[in-house]
Write a protein that binds this ligand. Structure first.
Ligand SMILES: [Zn+2]
Length: 81
């Protein structure tokens, strides 16, 4: 008696989790105005072209090479936090 047990091959290219399209910007509340609508992430290092474009649109704040403990920037208060 023998049962041929064929190995279940892993299905290629099918991941169970659905691709999430909605990119929600998750930013913390500004400690000064307690809002998050003007808060943008600080980008350190040399920015890519895309990062430059985003900075132009006010979507990111270019922090430059010197990394500070701050990770976000509030446009309303003009402060990093
Ligand atoms: Zn603020």
């Amino acid at each position: 008696m023998q049962h041929t047990h064929s190995e279940a091959s892993p299905r290629p290219g099918r991941s169970p989790r659905p691709a999430r399209r909605t990119r929600k910007r998750k930013v913390p509340l500004c400690p000064y105005c307690h809002e998050s609508d003007e808060v943008i992430p600080i980008l350190y290092g040399f920015p890519s072209d895309a990062a430059f474009m985003r900075a132009e649109r006010g979507e990111v704040y270019l922090g430059g090479y010197e990394v500070t403990p701050y990770s976000h920037y509030c446009k309303r208060d003009d402060r990093e936090f």
